[in-house]
Design a protein around this ligand. Structure first.
Ligand SMILES: *Cc1c(COP(=O)(O)O)cnc(C)c1O
Length: 393
């Protein structure tokens, strides 16, 4: 009998991946290398590293041993050829777009991308002569038609913020490649525990590591994983513009990755449980969560995700002051922007992520004025349900 080589699972990769040979003097944890610069006694060796012929570190704006461990762990989790990191998620996204695009190029994307990303599409890329077409988010035919009009870069995000719309990555990646486009997916909401876009045909995956990857609302970062040539091109831009992840933050992210699977599995379970509870509650209007059987994205989500993620959005039948009253009564939730933390975070998009839009523009995106987005933490589900129940009462 021959023994087949098995790939280690996500949890094992997150704990052990990329750590071999980097610890020091028997230490069990990755050292934080604060050094800005790295010295060489041998001029030939210096030249080899400096010219990229051999791997090594020269200056921490470019590469750093601690930062490299974080990148390598993310590469293993996404099943990518290469990975590089950034100071924030927006740095990962803007570096990717500005490094891969040029005047005259054309981007196809969706209306519901993260607020900062849509600002780049609507305000900054057009300034540099890049054409951007943003399609109605769930309209796969409209996206395919836009791709047929020509496309250099297809940019997707799924599930979307804040109404949890689901895009079929496999179908759209195929259409994107047929048009000759590079396919990029923002995987922040799903994490590699729930969804691996590269296996579904995408070329690149971006993350705000500030969210589930960091998982504790105490560190900001970004990461890009995917095809080696493309990641290399973006890295060459990042090492010059300097949106580099700092080594102590990289250590926080390495530590957080070790519990990523545990946290995300619990958050999946809590979010689905809370969504089901809200769905039955008389004081709740609509509930948006891809795990609900009658959610419009459910069938595709079931196929391409192994869990539905830690976010639930819902609307109340009243007006904004009712939302305020409900939020004020919650005991186990921070009323704050952001998501992916171990503690439940809650806020209305009308005052957080979509505050800059008019009520009409929000309505056009299908965002009710009384919508509340909830990033469910790792608390005990019974306590969350009891808390939401008393606050809705
Ligand atoms: C937060 C977020 C970003 C931006 O990340 P930062 O770390 O805040 O710069 C990008 N995409 C999605 C989906 C996000 O939720």
């Amino acid at each position: 009998m021959t023994e087949r080589k098995r790939e280690p699972g996500i949890g094992t990769r997150a704990v052990w991946g990329a750590e071999e040979g980097v610890t020091w003097q028997g230490a069990t944890q990755v050292p934080v290398v604060h050094s800005v610069t790295f010295g060489f006694d041998d001029l030939d060796e210096w030249l080899d590293v400096g010219s990229g012929r051999t791997r090594g570190h020269i200056y921490s704006r470019n590469t750093n041993p601690t930062v490299e461990v974080f990148e390598e762990k993310m590469r293993l989790l996404e099943g990518a050829g290469a990975a590089t990191s950034f100071a924030t998620g927006m740095a990962a996204i803007s570096n990717t777009l500005f490094a891969l695009l040029a005047p005259g190029k054309r981007v196809v994307s969706i209306r519901d991308t993260y607020g900062g990303t849509s600002r780049i599409f609507l305000e900054f890329l057009p300034k540099f002569g890049v054409e951007v077409e943003l399609c109605p988010t769930e309209d796969h035919e409209a996206i395919e038609a836009a791709l047929q009009r020509g496309c250099d870069l297809l940019y997707l995000e799924t599930p979307t913020n804040p109404t949890m719309k689901i895009l079929d990555i496999e179908r759209l990646a195929r259409a994107g490649h047929a048009a000759g486009a590079v396919v990029v997916v923002d995987n922040t909401f799903a994490t590699p525990v729930n969804q691996r876009p590269l296996e579904l045909g995408a070329d690149l995956v971006v993350h705000s590591a500030t969210k589930f990857i960091g998982g504790h609302s105490d560190a900001m970062g970004g990461v890009l994983c995917g095809r080696e040539d493309l990641v290399g091109e973006v890295f060459r831009f990042r090492e010059i513009n300097g949106a580099t992840l700092a080594p102590p933050v990289a250590y926080f992210l390495i530590r957080s990755l070790k519990t990523l699977e545990l946290r995300v599995l619990r958050q999946n379970e809590n979010a689905l449980g809370l969504a089901r509870f809200l769905r039955k509650h008389a004081a709740v209007d609509k509930v948006f969560h891809p795990g609900l059987e009658d959610d419009p994205g459910h069938a595709v989500a079931r196929r391409q995700m192994s869990g539905f993620g830690g976010l639930v959005s819902f609307s109340l039948p009243g007006e904004m002051k009712d939302v305020g009253r409900f939020l004020g009564r919650l005991r186990y939730a921070h009323r704050a922007a952001s998501l992916g933390s171990v503690g439940t975070l809650i806020g209305p998009p009308a005052v957080t992520s979509h505050v800059e839009l008019t009520a009409e523009a929000r309505a056009e995106l299908g965002i009710p004025e009384t919508l509340i987005r909830c990033s469910v933490g790792i608390e005990n589900l019974d306590d969350l349900i009891a808390d939401f129940d008393q606050a809705l009462g």
